[in-house]
Design a binder for this molecule. Structure first.
Ligand SMILES: Nc1ncnc2c1ncn2[C@@H]1O[C@H](COP(=O)(O)OP(=O)(O)OP(=O)(O)O)[C@@H](O)[C@H]1O
Length: 359
């Protein structure tokens, strides 16, 4: 296994890129620690698959280097990188049995038959296919074939990393949950570096210790699920994580106060110097309806089970508030923003308070 370093990496599918807009992957420096469980999260088209294919060697980056440990593998073929990759759709050998499919990567590397048998049985148990080991892959459902692909990706113990590219797309919801739990267990047991690509925040947050969020070809933040929720570094992370996402309201920042478009003042509890398009950001969970605070107009209330989502308007912008099911609705609705939970954003990036500040 190895630490994977991406150094000044960038990729354009165009042979003559003219500017940033021609890069599917903009310049990027990143380290995947040996043994980490990472999710790579982002909307469709943000560059996740491009990045995975560069790590596995299916694609050569147009700029920069990739290191496995200290070794530069930028020009090394896939076979030398010792990476297992599981794709969105099944890749199985139809004429082989399930057992032969699972054993294939181990046979290829000349492992002992006894070891292969033991390892295949173990993986088959994990993916719930012990009963099917003697069946040919041809004729199995897409779901079953994808489980074989997953099993094959995990059967080797000696890989540098296992890359999963939206591997559960074709799996039914109940099995999805089970397989995700199994992957986590496998990670704990064997400590492989795992990179799991998804556009689904639930998948990312339940699988990974560290979530790397990509937006328009850039890594905008890497953090634990809690860090991404509490302190999104970029407004995209605020929108993308959480349900509903973070509220952003345009505001002029004046030292330790934010002035909203209607003139309402929000005390920030610390001083900020912010230029460009400035906004305050707050999660719906940290905004509470009350009789005092900033006046809001309520547009709609949605009951989503354990709580309600209040769709409101604050200072001319859409504003969501989560509210316990049994909380009373104020007669004259105002919203109270929890001061320690406010973030200040300038041109989409979170701004730290000035030295000596405490927000
Ligand atoms: N072979 C290719 N040739 C040209 N452009 C490509 C190629 N593959 C991907 N792109 C473009 O590069 C950008 C990033 O694509 P990529 O597939 O890496 O994103 P993604 O985040 O994995 O999206 P998805 O979840 O939809 O697979 C997109 O704009 C895509 O259209």
């Amino acid at each position: 296994m190895a630490r994977i370093t991406l150094e000044n990496l960038a990729h354009s599918y165009s042979p003559h890129p003219k500017g940033d807009q021609d890069f599917a992957l903009k310049r990027l420096n990143h380290v995947w620690q040996d043994g980490g469980a990472y999710a790579l999260l982002g909307a469709s088209g943000c560059g996740k698959t491009t990045l995975l294919n560069i790590i596995s060697g299916l694609l050569r980056p147009s700029q920069g280097r990739i290191l496995f440990g200290e070794r530069d593998v930028t020009d090394a073929p896939t076979t030398e990188r010792n990476i297992a990759q599981v794709f969105q759709f099944p890749v199985v050998y139809d004429t082989m049995t399930v057992r032969e499919n699972l054993a294939f990567p181990l046979r290829n590397r000349g492992k002992e038959p006894a070891y292969i048998a033991e390892r295949v049985d173990r993986i088959a148990r994990m993916i719930g296919m012990e009963e099917m080991l003697t069946r040919r892959a041809r004729g199995l459902t897409a779901d079953a074939k994808q489980k074989i692909s997953l099993g094959r990706g995990m059967v080797r113990e000696d890989v540098n990393a296992i890359l999963f590219d939206e591997p559960l797309t074709v799996i039914d919801p109940q099995m999805k949950w089970e397989l995700r739990t199994q992957l986590r267990q496998l990670h704990r047991e064997f400590g492989h570096t795992m990179i799991y690509v998804t556009h689904d925040q639930t998948e990312a947050l339940t699988f990974a210790q560290q979530v790397v969020v990509m937006h328009e070809g850039r890594v905008v933040q890497m953090g634990t699920p809690a860090e991404l929720f509490e302190t999104p570094a970029h407004s995209f992370v605020g929108y993308f994580i959480g349900s509903p996402g973070m509220n952003f309201i345009d505001a002029r920042i004046d030292g330790d106060r934010a002035i909203l478009p209607g003139g309402q003042v929000v005390e920030l509890g610390a001083r900020y110097a912010a230029n460009g398009r400035t906004q305050i950001g707050i999660r719906p969970e940290y905004a509470h309806l009350s009789e005092t605070g900033l006046p809001v107009t309520i547009r709609r209330i949605e009951d989503v089970g354990r709580h309600r989502i209040v769709r409101a308007e604050l200072a001319g912008a859409a504003f969501n508030i989560t509210m316990p099911e049994d909380a009373p609705m104020p007669a004259d609705p105002h919203v109270h923003l929890m001061p320690g939970k406010l973030g200040i954003y300038a041109d989409d990036w979170r701004v730290a308070p000035e030295a000596g500040g405490n927000a």
